[in-house]
Design a protein around this ligand. Structure first.
Ligand code: ADP
Length: 326
């Protein structure tokens, strides 16, 4: 039997994602429900190393479920990559008696948690918080749905002006090495083409299909490019302008608006469920896993198996893009 946990720390680490606050709230309130003391660790692992740790009460997390960003702030912490940094972090937890951790972040943060836990025997539970949805072991990550909805709203607006001027817009969306934001938002906005890193981009096919559509006077407004695609939005625009000089081409890079804003219902729900199950896991003695969701059920993956999702994109999805854009 593992030792009963009495005090837990919660932190947000790596890239921020809308819904992190809802997850913090769920962790704090479930922890207090179970009679645990809960501490907030500021700026990811930096707060652990620099001893920036605050007690959290039920009231500390009031009125945050609807807010983007993270009240605990987030950071990347180089010191934590070294043993000396992690030892300092452990000492700072020990002096408060913190004997369990919930880490809300991406696969990098989970790797850090796994190493820390194996060195100092502190049980850790991960919650996948990233807009990129690039972690194996979960169908969704906290923040993805909000980021996609923000992208859809912005792309719809660009489409209005594209349509008014008969212009072609190449819109770049976020996602790091993953194309999920591009794929989801591109299908939802009726994009002509979606360029993602998981699929080799055939420039010639794109240009030929645009030429063919120009001949039959089909108006093409939108091409969505994932930031991780081998071609950047500007490069694609350059190739199109060269081959089809009559076409008016514009580039729009959506950028950081995709990280902010009030989380969607789905992200709040996901964060609340995951936060609750993170604490339940700690209490029940299920340690060093991250909580995912697969087929709408909680799914637990060992932290040391946390890897970036490099899945093959379902061919159906690419067919949908092609057929619906004719
Ligand atoms: P994400 O969690 O979004 O993937 P990063 O990969 O930047 O973001 O990781 C966030 C933080 O997790 C890093 O700044 C570092 O503090 C910690 N971390 C990541 N990888 C390791 C590792 N191999 N060892 C120790 N800490 C790590």
């Amino acid at each position: 039997m593992s030792k009963k946990i009495k005090r837990i720390g919660v932190l947000t680490s790596g890239g921020d994602a809308p819904g992190m606050n809802a997850a913090i709230r769920a962790v704090v309130r479930t922890g207090i429900y179970h009679g645990l003391e809960v501490f907030g660790i500021m700026r990811g692992y930096t707060g652990m190393v620099e001893d920036d740790i605050i007690p959290l009460e039920n009231r500390s997390v009031a009125n945050i479920i609807q807010r983007g960003g993270t009240i605990l702030k987030t950071a990347r912490c180089m010191e934590f990559m070294e043993y000396e940094g992690r030892k300092k972090a452990f000492d700072n937890l020990s002096k408060r008696g913190i004997d369990g951790l919930v880490i809300i972040g991406g696969d990098g943060s989970f790797r850090g948690a796994q190493i820390f836990s194996s060195e100092f025997n502190i049980p850790c539970i991960g919650l996948p918080g990233t807009i990129d949805k690039d972690i194996a072991g979960t169908d969704f990550t906290i923040g993805f749905d909000t980021a996609v909805n923000t992208a859809v709203e912005a792309i719809d607006k660009v489409r209005d002006t594209a349509d008014a001027h008969d212009r072609l817009f190449i819109i770049e969306v976020m996602g790091r090495d993953a194309g999920y934001i591009a794929l989801h938002s591109g299908i939802a906005t009726g994009a002509e083409n979606i360029l993602i890193p998981e699929k080799k981009t055939n420039l010639n096919d794109i240009l030929q299909s645009l030429e063919e559509k120009e001949k039959r006077k089909k108006l093409v407004n939108l091409i969505i490019v994932a930031e991780g695609d081998e071609f950047g939005a500007n490069e694609i625009a350059g190739h199109i302008s060269q081959r089809l000089p009559k076409l008016e081409v514009r580039v729009c890079i959506l950028g950081h608006i995709q990280r902010g804003g009030s989380p969607t219902c789905m992200d709040r729900l996901l964060a609340s469920r995951m936060g609750y199950h993170a604490v339940e896991s700690l209490v029940e003695g299920r340690h060093n896993v991250f909580v995912g969701i697969v087929n709408n059920k909680m799914n637990y993956t060992a932290l040391n198996e946390a890897v970036k999702k490099k899945q093959r994109i379902n061919e159906d999805w690419m067919n949908i893009v092609k057929i619906l854009a004719t």
